[in-house]
Design a protein around this ligand. Structure first.
Ligand code: FMN
Length: 204
């Protein structure tokens, strides 16, 4: 397609005004995430994870609370190593159908092994096996190598791989973006200052 630069959407679905938005960004996040779920979006929990290398990829949010946002991965993957080197990360949700994005900044830290184990046990057996046999982000010879490793896995319970687990991103900043007509979008930023959330409106 030659003329994709001409593709242009007008955002008309809603607004985000101070009176209606919560003063607590976690309450606001809960409300928008639930709306994304109710709208039937596919994988509304898919988020871009940016590490400070810089590098970016999609991961799935598997939990959130005022303690942070949790995702699971291989600790020896590129992202795992990058977080060990510099725990500053950004998360990004894009809910296109709702004309919304949520930007999050914070620091990532490993969760406890107990919490990881509880989640690992809840995964389907195929996912447990995939996590166990894949040296994520390493160069491998070919697809057959991976499949033979899978085939060599025995029956029965899969042990939690040492190098696999969760990270929790402690959040220091949120930005909620709602598309509006004429590119005059609403942007509310919440940043932690001396332990309290400060809310500010940013120019679009
Ligand atoms: C929709 C979607 C969901 C994904 N979820 C995860 C996830 O939860 N954890 C994960 O490690 N990789 C997930 N991936 C794969 C990552 O995007 C990435 O390819 C992989 O983790 C290796 O990244 P790295 O080399 O930067 O560490 C997902 C990819 C997509 C497209």
């Amino acid at each position: 397609m030659d003329n994709f630069a001409l593709l242009r959407e007008s955002y008309t679905r809603g607004g985000l005004l101070e009176d209606a938005a919560s003063s607590d960004p976690w309450v606001q996040f809960e409300s928008w995430f639930q709306e994304a779920v109710s709208a039937g979006l596919r994988e509304p929990n898919a988020m871009t994870l940016a590490t400070a290398t810089p590098n970016a990829r999609i991961v799935l949010m598997k939990g959130y609370s005022p303690d942070g946002v949790v995702f699971y991965t291989n600790y020896e993957s590129a992202k795992g190593r990058e977080i060990e080197a510099n725990p500053c990360v950004a998360l990004l949700f894009f809910w296109r159908e709702l004309e919304r994005q949520v930007r999050i900044r914070g620091t990532a830290a490993r969760i406890s092994r107990e919490e990881t184990l509880a989640y690992f046990r809840s995964r389907p057996p195929g996912s447990q096996m995939g996590a166990a046999i894949s040296p994520q982000s390493q160069v491998i010879p070919d697809r057959a190598w991976l499949e033979s490793r899978l085939a060599s896995m025995g029956e029965g319970e899969v042990a939690l791989p040492e190098n696999w687990g969760g990270f929790r991103v402690r959040v220091s900043e949120f930005e909620f973006w709602q598309g509006r007509p004429c590119r005059l979008h609403d942007r509310l930023r919440y940043r932690l200052a001396a332990g309290a959330w400060v809310r500010e409106r940013l120019a679009p």
